[in-house]
Design a protein around this ligand. Structure first.
Ligand code: GRG
Length: 291
């Protein structure tokens, strides 16, 4: 257990994630099955938990924030499906199971990713929140997951292939590819709760620190992790001839950077005082995670 309330929040998220599927998965659509296959393959659900935690921290209602939390996880899941495709990273294994396209074929996997992407915005629109909150949530998710965020980061990643990217370029790429969606997840919770500017700015700072720590930890686990625990191949960064934090800075410096960024994240929570205890625990857990 990461912290006391984690499992309860996870259960809320798990049940909400599959609500739309009650209508169309029954109808044998292979694409809907492919969407569900990857959704239920056991991700850590960090992004939707962040949404609910920030909603709670800012005094909001977690039930009302749930559609925003699901939207963040749908976008994340679509990105994993597309990232594994032969035209991207060509990975056969994801979360310990064959990747979506290995089971359902490339065309269905492509559509499953598209289906989750569009479902994310439909889910936001279905929230029982004001039109202004829904408008802001759509704008935030679109910006951070699009060309200025996650997609832009993935494009830089493709462009950098085979080149020896330096630390600044690597950092910029990861802020966009990994950090932006984590920031969106945190900010969505703030928007659902009607947070003020100071709270939103603290959430962004926290997200920026854990986002970079998360990616550095991912690079560390690619070297030190266990395929059986991680549920994906290790050593793939080296074999893809990519610069990573570990290749540029070494393992020990990477471990120090993760610790210092985690401290930065914890400090950013000051404005929320004791209400942010769960978010503190979450940052500490992410720094120590093994998958
Ligand atoms: C849209 C093709 C496309 C790509 C977008 C986000 C992304 C770019 C690709 C996903 C692959 C990847 C390795 C991204 C880096 C971020 C990262 C470490 C993702 C894994 O997130 P976790 O650990 O995954 O939260 P789980 O399985 O726990 O949900």
């Amino acid at each position: 257990m990461i912290y006391k309330d984690f499992e309860r929040k996870l259960a809320l998220i798990e049940s909400a994630l599959y609500t739309p599927f009650k209508e169309y998965v029954q109808g044998q659509s292979e694409v809907a099955q492919a969407m569900r296959y990857t959704l239920e393959s056991g991700g850590k659900r960090i992004r939707p938990v962040l949404t609910l935690e920030f909603a709670q921290c800012c005094g909001g209602n977690e039930e009302a924030a749930l559609p925003f939390a699901c939207a963040a996880e749908y976008i994340h899941t679509y990105s994993l499906i597309h990232d594994d495709l032969p035209c991207m990273d060509n990975d056969d294994l994801r979360r310990g199971r064959p990747s979506c396209h290995k089971v359902y074929g490339e065309a269905n996997a492509l559509l499953a990713g598209d289906g989750l992407l569009t479902l994310a915005f439909g889910m936001i629109a279905s929230a029982d929140l004001s039109a202004e909150k829904i408008r802001r949530a759509c704008a935030v998710l679109s910006r951070y997951s699009g060309i200025e965020g996650m997609i832009g980061g993935q494009a830089i990643d493709l462009y950098n292939e085979g080149k020896n990217a330096g630390i600044d370029s690597l950092r910029r790429m990861d802020e966009m590819k990994t950090g932006a969606l984590i920031t969106a997840a945190c900010e969505l919770g703030c928007i659902a709760a009607g947070a003020d500017d100071e709270q939103i700015s603290a959430a962004r700072e926290y997200a920026s620190c854990i986002g970079l720590a998360f990616q550095i930890k991912d690079d560390i686990l690619d070297i030190t992790g266990d395929t059986a625990v991680l549920g994906k191949k290790t050593g793939s960064d080296g074999s893809n001839d990519k610069s990573t934090y570990v290749s540029l800075l070494g393992l020990a410096e990477c471990e120090r950077a993760v610790d210092s960024l985690t401290q930065g994240a914890v400090s950013a929570l000051g404005v929320f005082a004791e209400r942010s205890e769960n978010l503190r625990e979450l940052a500490l857990y992410l720094a120590k995670r093994e998958k």
